[in-house]
Design a protein around this ligand. Structure first.
Ligand code: ASP
Ligand code: MG
Length: 437
């Protein structure tokens, strides 16, 4: 069995629900994880916000607008009176429930209940739609099996036992539907796996049922080998290992957060990124793939600041880097790249929030220079150090571009170069031309 997760835009309208229903049926007996329809969770967050501010009319108006959208969706989705009435009953129930919360003294615990309604509705509507079309679809209520423990971590034993029991009790289903994102906490209260958590749900479910594959369906055809906004002829990357995917995640590549896919990685389950709008495209598969010695992708991260601390005291001294790092820790600023020499160290940060204070403190240890408006360009792939040539290729592609920092060796999966942001587009183009053409 596979786990198929469809995100908010994939089920964002009646038309898209119909399309996804077809994909679900074509793929056979699997567990399908759905997000809330696009925009819903944001709207529910907004409603909570009004409630915090004790602006009840604000909450009511936002809720009414949301309800109108859903009423329009079911009118378009169902031409069968009975099915439409059933869907209307689901909406009646969900919206009435939110209204009782809105009307009552608002409690923190109920914030999560409001947030859970989006996934409850999207799965209920899909279930009615599939059944209307003769598919024996069974809803597996996430609140009955998805649970976190006292540390807020998934309670894997509980999830496995409960989910298996539900599957066992519904063996004759054609397909299983379930909600992403929502769960119960250790005290049995409604909770969630944080924004964007449906991917995490899919990965957890895949891990406990030992799925053949976890498919994440969005509306792009996988992860591209360079940024299509700046470079022509980028191509989807066919396959990546989990480490390469983790390196790319920092660069905002359209890829899953490493935490989300950790259960898949640990249980050795491939994660495939697929495109709802182009279902036959191969997409990108992330798995514990054996080394292939290939460069997979290039990515860039904007708004980087480089800070250099130079000091004669660093030479042959111990504890110098410790003091430098401690300064960043004090201001809760994470360091991304590091380059050292015997007389100085350069680090980069992607948040300037505490820059002035950090620089002020660092002046106690040496001469400090700051370069702002920089970009990290990174080349990701299986760059095992015994293999030769890949660093040379990366650096020589940028031979006419000033490079402020070069970093390799933190992992076998990336070579990073820090350049000026005005050189970014040119650098990305040249790397594509030299690495992928
Ligand atoms: N609906 C939730 C959100 O918008 C979860 C998800 O879509 O992954 O964050
Ligand atoms: Mg998402």
């Amino acid at each position: 069995m596979k786990v198929l997760k469809f995100g908010g835009t994939s089920v964002g309208s009646a038309e898209r629900i119909v399309h996804v229903a077809r994909l679900i049926v074509e793929n056979g007996k699997n567990i399908v994880v759905l997000s809330a329809m696009a925009g819903t969770t944001n709207t529910l967050v907004e409603i909570n916000d009004y409630l915090y501010k004790r602006n009840i009319p604000g909450a009511q108006e936002t809720l009414n607008n949301l309800e109108m959208k859903y009423r329009a969706v079911i009118d378009e989705l169902f031409d069968n009176d009975e099915a439409r009435a059933e869907a209307a009953r689901v909406l009646d129930e969900r919206f009435a429930y939110i209204r009782t919360i809105v009307a009552s003294e608002f409690a923190i615990a109920e914030e999560k209940e409001i947030l859970a309604q989006g996934e409850l509705m999207s799965t209920a509507l899909m279930n009615i739609y599939l059944r209307l079309h003769g598919v024996k679809s069974v809803l597996l209520p996430a609140l009955e099996y998805m649970r976190t423990d006292q540390n807020g971590e998934p309670d894997m034993k509980y999830i496995a036992t409960r989910l298996r029991r539900l599957l066992e009790a519904n063996r004759d289903a054609d397909v299983y539907l379930t909600q992403g994102y929502i769960c119960c906490n250790a005290y049995g209260e409604v909770d969630n796996l944080k924004r964007g958590g449906s991917d995490y749900s899919a990965s957890l479910i895949g891990a406990v049922i030992d799925a053949e594959e976890i498919q994440i369906w969005t509306d792009i055809d996988g992860m591209h080998n360079n940024d299509p906004r700046y470079v022509d002829n980028t191509r989807p990357v066919g396959s990546l290992n989990f480490e390469e995917a983790a390196e790319l995640a920092y660069f905002g590549a359209k890829i899953l957060h490493p935490n989300c896919v950790l259960p898949a990685k640990l249980n050795n389950i491939p994660v495939r990124l697929l495109n709802t709008l182009d279902p036959s495209a191969a997409g990108t598969v992330i798995y514990n793939m054996p080394p292939d010695g290939k460069i997979k992708a290039v990515a860039a991260k904007d708004n980087i600041t480089a800070i250099k601390i130079k000091s004669g005291r660093m030479l042959l001294a111990y504890g110098f880097l410790h003091k430098v790092f401690e300064t960043f820790e004090k201001y809760q600023t994470s360091i991304d790249m590091i380059a050292t020499s015997e007389v100085g160290v350069t680090v980069t940060i992607d948040s300037d929030r505490h820059l002035a204070a950090i620089v002020d403190d660092l002046k106690n240890f040496g001469t400090v220079t700051v370069d702002r408006d920089m970009v990290i360009i990174c080349v990701v792939g299986d760059l095992e150090w015994h293999n030769t040539g890949f660093e040379a290729k990366a650096v020589s592609a940028l031979k006419d571009i000033p490079i402020r920092v070069i970093s390799y060796g933190g992992s076998n999966y990336n070579v990073s170069m820090l350049i000026r942001s005005c050189d970014k587009v040119e650098a990305l183009k040249r790397l594509s031309a030299s690495l992928f053409e």
